[in-house]
Design a protein around this ligand. Sequence first.
Ligand code: DP6
Length: 358
Amino acid sequence: MNTSFHCPPVAELSTGEQRWQAPSNIALVKYWGKYGMQLPKNPSLSFTLQTSLTTTTVAYQPAKKKAKGVSFEFLFEGLARPEFHPKLDAFFDRILPYQPFLEDLSLSISSTNSFPHSSGIASSAAAYAALSAALVAIEESLFPGKEHLYWDQKRSFLARLGSGSAARSLQGPMMLWGEHAAFDGSSNDYAIPFEDGLNPIFQDYQDCILLVDKGQKKVSSTLGHGLMEGHPYAVARFEQAHRHTQELANALQSGDLEAFIRITESEALTLHAMMQTSQPYFILMRPNTLHIIEALWAYRQDTQIPLCFTLDAGANVHLLYPKQYADKILSFVKDQLLTYCQAGEYLLDSVGQGAKKL
Ligand code: DP6
């Protein structure tokens, strides 16, 4: 247990409300494999997004009687969604040692997403980041006086306990999560911003998300991470992620787009290779995922435009490119790629700055 994030219980509790917004993020170096309490087996590096957002309001009041655990009600898009309760219960159990005052409150949580729920977009990162930001803001109002850095880290720390990748959604434009010898302050407990010397070309990088399969995830991430346990290539993979983190960081500073493309695409394909070589094995790409990758490679070859892709643990494709090419890429998407998207749907996003209070 990490003791630096403990806070004392309080005697006097008030009534109030916190409303926070947090984005999703897209990993360039992938987190795949975890241990202990949501700790990553390797460092990961991500772009924080801007328009794929969750907005969460947490209204709180002193609980009428002391309950065991956290008492809350939860609305998603204005409707009661009891199917989310087990995950929220598990999250509150995990964070309670770090926010013991929650046991004396009664919470009313309500969330909305800016993107369609059934888009195949991983919404848990934005969701846990927004909820954690609101909960930490409540703590800050009860126990003021700590430095900014403490609250930044605690937001990410709590979000990680909900979903690992959520740790990277609190700040931007790029986040590093997981210990790496070359990066001072890097931690398995929380993500830190990677901003020193970030080449300007990456400050407004674009992400066009092609929705190839809008269905539910075929493999839950927790199950997926578990598949790295005893995986024949695990050790080599974790070493590679360390190497890629360093190489990508260099490319992010120098603006070397060729290196950026090589590492980013290799990471995406390695993630899927890990799934395809685990026991049991999965293929999460769809034929249209490969059609898009092939069309993208041909387009890059023809035009020399530095467009590349990355993938989540699913079939959707994220197209990444500098802003100056946005018009050209949009024409390419409309002319050649929409045919591979479910119902012709895609989302336009770009690099963002993380969670904010509304
Ligand atoms: C492939 O953060 O969803 O998107 O910690 O079990 O909630 P849990 O996993 P999650 O895993 C994300 C995996 C990934 C790669 C990444 O975002 O780094």
